[in-house]
Design a protein around this ligand. Structure first.
Ligand SMILES: *Cc1c(COP(=O)(O)O)cnc(C)c1O
Length: 316
């Protein structure tokens, strides 16, 4: 993959393929859909923003779960629409009832994040089907699957069959996580052809740069090796989750490449304890701490620090 990128760097004076034809063809084959059902962009965040820009104007509303991906409220704000964040349940899952209840005649889209960043649980097939059946038909349903490659839960939503039967479903994917290309910025959406055409028309020209196109194609071709690395990470995740649960932590189902410790107002304290031990974690003030699954050694440090914290504070 690196070789492909350094080779391509010899042609930096050239414009990239404006339509990302080769990359889109590979993605269409991967998903078993037509090329016109895929739109790529400068990370899935940019694709999300293009979708919301095509859809929303001031006064419109976008419903999403919260706490979830930080880019959601920002992408909504860019369009002038209003964010309608709906609190997660106590176990870090989407509150589908509350999300459906939050829909009004101004709602243009519902965002779903599976697995949810930063808490970890996926949505189930039944939950997504329910949203698709019960939300008004003119509301777009956006399913963000940034961490799909790490999902092992048999209950997790499978978006492929739903895409075939629900024309208002759009699935967002990224090369930033399992494919390790966060710095190059490549993401995409899969949906119904007419809808995707509209999103393409509203997207910035040359949305994916030349090196990013080359790297994304090369990493799709290296898919089996990359997925073997993901498998190793999942083994470590399961070991980490099991160790933390033995310490008494009540963890939400961890289906991404991270675990979530819901320590509320102790988030800063706990994050400092991890930092002192040499592990950088992400504190969310008043809510909790997200810890990325690392290599075995780093995870052992996480287990040790979490164990000490748990021993000092039996009630969590
Ligand atoms: C990282 C992440 C993305 C991907 O963002 P990119 O713009 O593709 O890097 C999207 N959604 C969620 C939930 C994420 O965590």
């Amino acid at each position: 993959m690196l070789t492909a990128v350094t080779d391509a760097a010899a042609d930096l004076n050239r414009y990239p393929d404006m339509a990302s034809v080769e990359l889109i063809d590979h993605l269409a084959a991967l998903h078993g859909v037509e090329a016109e059902q895929i739109v790529v962009g400068n990370g899935s965040t940019a694709v999300l923003e293009a979708i919301l820009r095509a859809l929303c104007e001031a006064g419109d509303e976008v419903v999403f779960p919260w706490r979830s991906f930080e880019a959601y409220p920002i992408a909504v704000a860019v369009t002038g629409a209003t964010s309608v964040p709906v609190p997660l349940t106590a176990d870090g899952r989407h509150d589908v009832d509350a999300m459906l209840a939050a829909v009004t005649e101004r709602t243009k889209a519902i965002l779903l994040c599976s697995p949810n960043n930063p808490t970890g649980p996926t949505l189930t097939q039944a939950e997504v089907e329910r949203v698709l059946q019960e939300a008004p038909t003119d509301v777009l349903v956006l399913l963000d699957e940034a961490y799909i490659e790490f999902v092992r839960s048999p209950d997790a939503v499978e978006s492929g069959p739903l895409l075939a039967t629900h024309p208002r479903l759009v699935v967002l994917r990224t090369f930033s996580k399992a494919y390790g290309l966060a710095g190059l910025r490549v993401g995409y959406a899969v949906g119904r052809g007419r809808l995707v055409g509209g999103i393409r028309a509203a997207s910035t020209p040359f949305g994916v740069n030349a090196l990013a196109q080359v790297a994304a194609v090369a990493s799709l071709q290296a898919g089996p090796e990359l997925m073997a690395r993901v498998d190793d990470l999942v083994v470590e995740r399961e070991r980490l989750v099991a160790a933390l649960r033995r310490q008494g932590w009540d963890l939400p189902d961890a289906q991404g490449n991270f675990v979530w410790l819901a320590v509320g107002d102790q988030a800063g304290v706990l994050a400092r304890a991890f930092a002192d031990a040499g592990v950088l974690v992400r504190p969310f003030a008043g809510e909790g701490v997200r810890i990325s699954v690392g290599d075995r050694e780093a995870n052992d440090v996480v287990i040790a620090v979490a164990g000490e914290y748990a021993a000092e504070r039996p009630r969590r």
